[in-house]
Design a protein around this ligand. Sequence first.
Ligand code: NDP
Ligand code: 2IT
Length: 446
Amino acid sequence: MLDRSLQSVLDDVTARSPHEPEFHQAAREVFESIGPAIRRHPEYLEAGILPRLCEPERQLIFRVPWTDDQGRVHVNRGFRVEFSSALGPYKGGLRFHPSVDLGIVKFLGFEQIFKNALTGLQIGGGKGGSDFDPKGRSDAEVMRFCQSFMTELSRHIGADTDVPAGDIGVGGREIGYMFGQYKRLTNRFEAGVLTGKGLAWGGSHVRTEATGYGLVFFLREMLEAAGTDLDGRRVVVSGSGNVAAYAIEKVHSLGGTVVACSDSSGYVVDEDGIDVALLREIKEVRRGRIHEYADARPSARFIDGGTIWDVPCQVALPCATQNELDAAGARTLIRNGVIAVAEGANMPCTPEAVDALHEAGIAFGPGKAANAGGVATSALEMQQNAARESWSFAHAETRLEEIMRSIHRRCLETAEECDSPGDYVLGANVAGFRRVADAMLDLGVV
Ligand code: NDP
Ligand code: 2IT
């Protein structure tokens, strides 16, 4: 139940932005957590922090025309939602997927504000992308699309203004094409304008691995807080992209075994443990489908459709997309003996799934804390760019580990302070919210 004052702000936000169900869902989750912070600090309400936080500072929607290899003209829609710059330049990824619309970008941008605040680093929140579908497109088509997208986006971004990175459908290849076009348009090698760059042209060690590695560092802390560890644990990871691949790699290096992963066509089960090198070869190099993994591994089988949450495991790491784990999936996991669930993706668990896990006493790590390692390492990339430095892999990984440990600690301490020990959702939302809200109080009504 929401306090009356919070409910009325949420009603207003929902009414002013209809047809954006994912944004409403993300806002409701934050509103349901921050009651304790609001009760202790009525000045947040008086200063209109909530309605201001829910209204992006700026929303850009633009045409992205491009030509395919047959010479046909296509028109996609580009988005950048610059949500909050209270703590630093807008920061957040770009998603290229046919499902992208304003509501999706707003939910992701809203989450990003609190996630970025939780890292303790100087980054505001934003998100962008396009309804462009890269599947089946040649490198040349992807390049032309990225160049057209950046031709418009370049007017709005900058190392001290807004710093995009990758997300679904945007990895090293796309960041390369976009950085090349930005550099050409501006005649500046402004390394800090994008993160996730290649190591030869301003990228940081560990940024590629950071979200997946960070997720597993966070999971390790959660298990330690529960008096146990990853050693010998059976783990299921959904997705098979950037976040999933490096989460699997880190689980294996810490003694667990990932027995299943997926893409939007189905999932594979491999009792010998997922072979990450093979997975990456299929997904990143061949840009193939997950059944090709089972075709190449005698120990693996492909299941067409169905749900990966049917695979019995002790730890579940949803790393594909929003609302991919519902109440039925959560109940199956609980029945099969899951002890921890941590979100690698953004909002992969439905509110009903989160309620079911909480009621069953399962340790649950929400995305804005558990997957913050990606954006945190982006901020480390910006730091290196500003200083014209390049850190070693070991140094960057140690910084990531420290950041994930401190996010975990901040969540637990805040939950404890709010009389909800062990509630990572409440801890993450209150801790993230307080940092942004306090900055907004200092900065006046802007
Ligand atoms: P990738 O594009 O590398 O991989 C996405 C994976 O998720 C693919 O396996 C894809 O399958 C699957 N997937 C995507 N959409 C759907 C869908 N609608 N239904 C089923 N499966 C789907 O993206 P990332 O690994 O970078 O991102 C995964 C998640 O992690 C996203 O929620 C993203 O927002 C979040 N995240 C990413 C960060 C990063 O640094 N990259 C940082 C923090 C969070 P298919 O190939 O079939 O589409
Ligand atoms: O959701 C996320 O945190 C990301 N896609 C990473 C954002 C970033 O700027 O590195």
